[in-house]
Design a protein around this ligand. Structure first.
Ligand code: GLA
Length: 559
């Protein structure tokens, strides 16, 4: 079998199949593997509506929660984001195609709500999905990235959670290209780039179809990051906005995607639905900005997997958010309000690998529930991912369930401690209004409030080194976790996952030998027991009996 036949068979290319005209063309931003950084989210702390309130939300509730966050002292502990999760939006966009708050439950609009939350010294967060609808089947942001990012920035939103329901992955197939023309508006003649003159890399090859006009030659093999077609030193006569026409060889019923990279920096994308047509030639036109002089054009589809697709889509939204906040600041002559970007892709496409190039935090698992089993399941999945977390880019084991469901006081403390050790975003999910008595005073004895406002536990979470804990010992039912902290200190968490009391011990000297900690050798160590609010000293081994479903949380330094 010839190479070409092998290629056709391997790629299931059927010359008789035909494709339909282009559907969408957008410009995206590409900065490869750069770390996403917007100076916010070291580590985010706040509250979100979903865990407890689900779809039963309205503007009064959000404002009441914001007031309770301030009045209960939680804001002073570091909680600052008040995040509206799913179900805030109307099922119809407004006349300009913009998202709007539900006309019944958020009648004043999100901008007004944002101003009220800001007036309390707090920040507002919002939610949509990287799909055609949210998980509750309301309008969402896929294909509306620019408009929605601008809308959120104009409203003054400072946190954005982007879910993954109803996602449509970017296809890994690519169109076949016979010719590219570049023309200025109103002019029929322009520059013509023939497929046979291109430099072909990787799997890209030149084929011909006698049924096509002209030479019948076209380039195929541009899919899945496997090949590219390049025209170098294309002489552009003048700066301007050009129409780039891709002349295509119609093929296959599969959707296709193409990126056009100009001078390695400007990236334009095309999506082309695979459908039937009567003729072998197709056309797809986009507008591109070109500079006078020699230009390079690269045509390829770098998407080889669903992971590539998710990474590209989230990164695209991230760049739109950054663009939008700058734009709004320039327009209004105000300080930029960067948007903390929360990737909620449930760990489907290993976001810990690419999340740092796209956002500030990425969910590592499916949704949390207010049960011990759910909390431990999520902890188990996330504790292994310590290498991927760092300042400004965090593993997100989901919003806290402390205070929800039937979790016991021990379970609530353990859940909060684990999230602190994991350097996880601390986004509360309970009803903060419960901490304020009818006379307006704070119920300081409230057990849940005591947990979530424990400043020593929060300090472990917020430690500037931004290092996620490592599990240094486990027997399946009990674990020992260690988190390096500033000033050569460490946090140690003993966890009993099981249903029976268990004894757990650790050797401080052994921990000091671990290369990821920086605990000086000492004759004695000072240990602060965070939940018991007691200090004691130890020379080496510490042994403690732990009740079922409980933790001990320590901060340790050399004496
Ligand atoms: C998904 C997310 C949840 C929540 C809901 C809202 O399930 O993972 O955190 O946002 O959608 O519909």
């Amino acid at each position: 079998m010839t190479d070409i036949k092998k290629f056709l068979r391997k790629n299931k290319i059927c010359p008789a199949c035909i494709a339909k005209k282009a559907m969408a063309a957008t410009q995206i931003h590409l900065n490869g593997a750069d770390r996403f950084s917007n100076g916010v989210a070291l580590t985010p702390m706040g509250w979100a509506s979903w865990n407890l309130f689900r779809n039963r939300i309205n503007e009064n509730l959000i404002e009441e929660i914001a007031k309770a966050m301030r009045d209960s002292g939680l804001a002073e502990c570091g909680y600052q984001y008040v995040n509206i999760d799913d179900c805030w939006m109307s099922s119809s966009r407004d006349a300009d195609g913009r998202l709007q708050g539900d006309l019944g439950t958020f009648p004043s609009g999100i901008k007004t709500l944002c101003e009220k939350v800001n007036a309390l010294g707090l920040k507002l967060g919002i939610y949509t999905s990287n799909g055609t609808l949210t998980c509750e089947d309301l309008p969402s942001s896929l294909y509306h990235e620019r408009t929605d990012a601008e809308t959120f920035a104009e409203w003054g939103v400072e946190y954005f959670k982007y879910d993954f329901c109803h996602n449509i992955p970017i296809p890994s197939n690519a169109p076949e290209i016979s010719k590219v023309t570049l023309t200025l508006p109103g002019k029929a003649d322009g520059i013509v780039l023939h497929a046979e003159d291109a430099e072909l890399r990787g799997n890209a090859i030149l084929l011909s179809d006698p049924k096509m006009a002209d030479t019948g030659r076209y380039v195929t093999g541009l899919e899945s990051g496997g090949g590219s077609m390049i025209f170098s030193n294309v002489d552009i006569p003048e700066d301007g906005t050009y129409t780039l026409t891709l002349c295509l060889h119609k093929t296959g019923l599969k959707d296709k995607y193409l990126e056009i990279v100009i001078n390695d920096t400007d990236v334009y994308t095309l999506t082309e639905p695979g459908t039937k047509g009567f003729t072998p030639e197709g056309r797809n036109q986009i507008t591109v900005s070109l500079r006078k002089g020699l230009n390079t054009f690269k045509f390829h589809n770098p998407i080889a997997s669903k992971m590539d697709s998710a990474a590209r889509q989230y990164r695209n939204m991230a760049m739109e958010l950054q663009r939008a906040t700058k734009l709004v600041a320039e327009k209004n002559g105000t300080d930029e309000k960067p948007i903390c970007f929360s990737i909620c892709e449930w760990g489907r496409n290993r976001p810990w690998i690419w999340g740092h190039t796209a956002g500030n935090l990425w969910r590592t698992t499916p949704d949390i529930r207010p049960t011990w089993l759910s909390i431990i399941g999520i902890y188990e999945a996330t504790v292994r991912l310590y290498k991927h977390a760092g300042p400004g880019n965090w593993n997100d084991p989901d919003m806290l369930e402390v205070g929800n469901g039937k979790l016991t006081d021990d379970e609530n403390k353990a859940h909060f401690s684990l999230w602190c050790m994991l350097a996880a975003p601390l986004i509360l999910g309970n009803d903060l209004r419960a901490f304020i008595r009818p006379d307006g005073s704070v119920d300081k004895d409230n057990k849940v409030l005591k947990i979530i406002s424990n400043k020593a536990a929060i300090a472990i979470n917020q430690d500037k080194l931004g290092v996620q804990c490592r599990r240094i010992n486990t027997n399946g039912l009990t674990d020992v976790l260690v988190k390096p902290l500033e000033n050569n200190e460490i946090a140690v968490c003993l966890l009993n996952k099981g249903p029976r009391e268990a004894e757990v011990s650790f050797s401080i000297r052994d921990i000091a030998k671990e290369s990821f900690v920086n605990l000086p050798k000492a004759d004695e160590y000072e240990i602060y027991d965070i939940w018991d609010d007691k200090e004691f000293e130890a020379k080496d081994t510490v042994s403690k009996k732990l009740a079922p479903h409980s933790v001990k949380l320590y901060r340790i330094k050399a004496d």
